[in-house]
Design a protein around this ligand. Structure first.
Ligand code: NAD
Length: 345
């Protein structure tokens, strides 16, 4: 299969690109190379004849038409997005332009290309989304594919809007779409403004480890390579028009996640132990959702997919990766906003 992956220089997109190439697919990576991107994330496949890169912006409709006509993909996997909730609080405009209008442009371009190609039944537009569109849960229950949308941050509102557009293009124009909504990802190549790398790198540097609010917010965590595997499964086996909730079945409070990472640091980098002495509670994020949880029944029973590593195994491997790949993350610490407290409104 030839797959056009948008956002393939980012955290999850690059995992999809690497896995798709490893599985024998051809990949066209379309990315605008924003502050969150890094072409080193795809360095291991950059010279593969099955890989091509297009430096383009999904806010540019002409570029999308040109790229689809030139590369003639069998599927589009749409991951390009502004993805950091804290940045969406400080500067929501880019989130609306990329996540909503960019998705609209891509749907229009994909629809025109699909029609011009004779409406192939096997064509797929896979929209990659988040569990954050469902809002905040109380102490019990979990999100299913039919949970009502209730986004509460500019980021999740923009992703919810894009999900609605994708469903509308299926219902109205018959575009063969699939959607997936995933929980929090972690793993190698995670940009160092997100919680897991912040904890590892601050612990390594002996700097305070910031934990928002009382640390009691609960998230479900999935290893990024398991997510990439789930996404290729949805692309291949998912039913058009349907959405799939993807999760790691690993719900933990933020403070417990931070403590787990510190415990791995104590073993793998004993110099600074105990690292949890660096934990510092800081004022909460405005509108911080309390709890997310995914019911992954559809992924498990319909598509036979489940995660391959536990949270503890995946965190250990992630800590090892950051300790062994300092050349990857060091230059990223100089990028705008990294290391600063963002999103305090
Ligand atoms: P990321 O911020 O690491 O990467 C996003 C990529 O998109 C970057 O390479 C960036 O350059 C590119 N991009 C941004 N704006 C663009 C534009 N206008 N045109 C073209 N490219 C553009 O994000 P991520 O964490 O890899 O997330 C990928 C997708 O998965 C997003 O759609 C996100 O909403 C979704 N998602 C993320 C998580 C998570 O935990 N990170 C969980 C569920 C779903």
């Amino acid at each position: 299969m030839k797959v056009l992956v948008t956002g393939g220089a980012g955290f999850i997109g690059s995992a999809v690109v690497r896995l798709a190439i490893a599985r024998g697919h051809h990949v066209v990576n379309l990315d605008a190379l924003t502050y969150a991107a890094n072409l080193r994330n795809v360095a291991t496949v950059a010279d593969d004849p099955a890989y091509a890169f297009e430096h383009a912006d999904i806010r540019d409709p002409q570029a999308l038409d040109r790229i689809l006509a030139q590369h003639r993909p069998d599927a589009v996997m749409h991951l390009a997005a502004e993805s950091h909730v804290d940045r969406s609080i400080d500067g929501p405009a880019t989130f609306m332009q990329t996540n909503i209008m960019g998705t609209f442009n891509l749907l229009q371009a994909a629809r025109a290309y699909w029609i011009a190609s004779g409406r192939p039944v096997g064509f797929r537009f896979h929209h990659v989304s988040t569990d954050e569109v469902f809002g905040s849960l109380g102490p019990t229950g979990s999100f299913t594919e039919t949970t009502a949308y209730d986004p509460r941050s500019p980021y999740s509102a923009s992703k919810a809007a894009s999900d609605h557009l994708v469903r509308a293009w299926h219902e109205t124009y018959g575009l063969p779409v699939v959607l997936s909504n995933c929980s929090n990802n972690y793993g190698p190549y995670h940009f160092p403004e997100k919680l897991v790398p912040v904890v590892i790198l601050n612990a390594l540097a002996g700097r305070p480890i910031p934990v928002y609010g009382d640390g009691g917010n609960i998230r479900d965590w999935l290893h990024v390579e398991d997510h990439a595997d789930a996404l290729l499964t949805v692309l291949k086996q998912g039913r058009p028009g349907r959405s799939y909730n993807i999760g790691g079945e690993a719900e933990v409070r933020n403070i417990d996640l931070v403590s787990m990472i510190c415990a791995h640091m104590d073993v793998l980098n004993p110099d600074g132990a105990p690292h949890d002495r660096l934990i510092e509670f800081v004022p909460d994020r405005p509108g911080h959702d309390r709890r997310y949880a995914i019911d992954p029944t559809r992924m498990r029973t319909e598509l036979g997919w489940r995660p391959s590593v536990t949270l503890d195994q995946g965190l250990r491997q992630t800590v090892e990766w950051y300790l062994q790949n300092r050349d990857w993350w060091r230059p990223l610490l100089d990028r705008q906003g990294v290391g600063q407290r963002l999103g305090t409104a």
